[in-house]
Ligand binder design. Structure first.
Ligand code: NDP
Ligand SMILES: O=C1OC[C@@H](O)[C@H](O)[C@H]1O
Length: 352
């Protein structure tokens, strides 16, 4: 279908850092089987200079309106949806401001700092009748859909007993400025919200046929340095003694096999450069040759979530079925519980 006959979605991007650039690059990729016409309508930065510089980096977004404040972008009537690519601690305010201006919102993970903030944002989206989703992009990858089919519908490894998933990325924290979102507790720094959220997501994808059907018991431990968790381990115990182990660390590197899912009849290993970017998985069924599933795609893969958002909005939906509000709420509540046991507290929570 010609691009112009696809449902258009005009994006306003706020935050001119790393993820916003990856997201925009992916949206601009000329790829087959597009389901929506993504338009970079506006760029909003904390200064006009930063927004301008961002806009100039991406040729097809050169016609985008450029704003030196987020507020101006929210007020642009040509923006349909605001993409929020700012640090965790700003998500609540950014979401509320965009929603109150009547905009749909796609907000980066972690959705907010904690459950209370997430509930406030979702309640506002309900009140204003706009679409809202947490940008947990990995869930939208075709690899994840195929893996879940094999695990939970075709039951290729039988009953699943255990899954262990890791996202570790060495971050040279001493070399970073105190203003870095990776280091500053006031911005929501720490391994759990930044990368552990993916390990947790993989445990859920692997262990749960129906999301949220059962609340697992949580046992967690965190290593806290300079007020942030530099490592987190969470054990999720489900009924019948099934366990998921989600780990994250800012000191070491995950090997490419970042997730192992064990069942009664065999196991599955998921590979990729990181838990956010799975590229293949291999199914090992006892007494059978292993079967490898490869998933090659152009770019990084942020367009899968963007396509899903565009289709939902075209269908007048307010939330997405792959990443519904209940899942965001549950992930935030699990992370609250992990931090409560592990000891990571954000400054804004200290006197609550
Ligand atoms: N889905 C994914 O694969 C990834 C997701 N993320 C998520 O994206 C979000 C942003 O991460 P990332 O892009 O790495 O962060 P960066 O620090 O690279 O960029 C964040 C941007 O937010 C804006 N900002 C506004 N206020 C502040 C502030 N006080 N301190 C710092 N920046 C501020 C800045 O843009 P400006 O000044 O122009 O407004 C800045 O460039 C996080 O939620 C993170 O977890 C990150 C990496 C990958
Ligand atoms: O979401 C993410 O995935 C990739 C990491 O590099 C990054 O820190 C994190 O925010």
């Amino acid at each position: 279908m010609s691009e112009h006959r696809l449902p258009p979605l005009r994006w306003g991007i706020i935050g001119t850092g790393l993820i916003s650039s990856w997201f925009v690059e992916d949206l601009l990729i000329n790829r087959p089987n597009k389901v929506a016409n993504h338009i970079i309508q506006a760029i909003g930065g904390s200064s006009i200079k930063k927004a301008q510089a961002f806009s100039e980096k991406y040729p097809s977004s050169n016609n985008a309106s450029v704003y030196g404040s987020y507020k101006d972008l929210y007020e642009d009537p040509n923006v349909d949806i605001v993409y929020i690519g700012t640090p965790h601690a700003l998500h609540k305010t950014n979401c509320l401001d965009a929603i109150r201006a009547g905009k749909h919102v796609l907000c980066e993970k972690a959705f907010t700092l904690n459950l209370t903030e997430a509930e406030e944002v979702i309640a506002e989206a309900k009140r204003q009748g706009v679409f809202l989703m947490e940008a947990m992009w990995t869930r939208f990858m075709p690899l994840v859909e195929r893996l879940r089919q094999l695990l939970h519908q075709e039951r290729v490894i039988g009953d699943i007993h255990r899954a262990s998933c890791d996202f570790s990325l060495p971050m040279d924290l001493p070399s970073l400025p105190s203003t870095s979102r990776l280091k500053n507790p006031a911005l929501g720094a720490g391994s759990l919200l930044d990368i552990g959220i993916y390990s947790l997501t993989w445990v859920i994808l692997a262990m749960e046929t129906d999301f949220g059907h059962e609340r697992p018991q949580v046992l967690a431990s965190q290593v806290i340095r300079d007020e942030i968790d530099i490592a987190t381990t969470a054990i999720l115990t489900y009924s019948h003694g099934k366990q998921g182990v989600a780990t994250s660390s800012m000191s070491t590197t995950t090997p490419s096999s970042f997730c192992r899912i064990e069942g009664a009849k065999g196991f599955v290993i998921v590979d990729g450069p990181a838990a956010s970017v799975p590229q293949s998985f291999t199914v090992y069924v006892h007494n059978q040759d292993p079967v490898k599933y490869d998933f090659e795609a152009p770019g990084r893969g942020y367009y899968w979530e963007a396509d899903a958002v565009a289709l939902d909005i075209a269908a007048n939906k307010k939330e997405n079925s792959v990443m519904p509000w209940t899942e965001t709420i549950r992930i935030m509540s699990l992370m609250d519980e992990i931090r409560c046991q592990g000891g990571a507290v954000f400054p804004i929570e200290e006197n609550v």
